[in-house]
Design a protein around this ligand. Structure first.
Ligand SMILES: [Zn+2]
Length: 85
């Protein structure tokens, strides 16, 4: 009997809010442990996805074809760092 856990549940992980005020997407850092959270729909997406991804309400979108980050409402945008459990 082998259980392969592909994606660990992160319910116990701590998030550290890094910064919240940006006015331009070029200011927004990205990294393996950096995530973008939408305060409008509550969605969290990785800053370096392998495929284009966006949050449910479309406020935050990453286009991997152009390595472009699109944020409609910066006031609803939060940068978080996932801390190891
Ligand atoms: Zn959203």
């Amino acid at each position: 009997m082998s259980k392969k856990i592909l994606s660990r549940r992160r319910t116990g992980a701590k998030d550290e809010v890094l910064a919240q005020t940006f006015s331009d997407t070029s200011q927004v850092p990205r990294g393996i442990d950096i995530f973008y959270r939408c305060l409008q729909c509550g969605g969290t997406i990785p800053s370096g996805p392998t495929d284009s991804i966006g949050c449910n309400c479309g406020n935050i979108f990453i286009d991997t074809d152009y390595m472009r980050l699109v944020v409609r409402e910066f006031s609803k945008f939060q940068l978080v760092k996932r801390l190891p459990v």
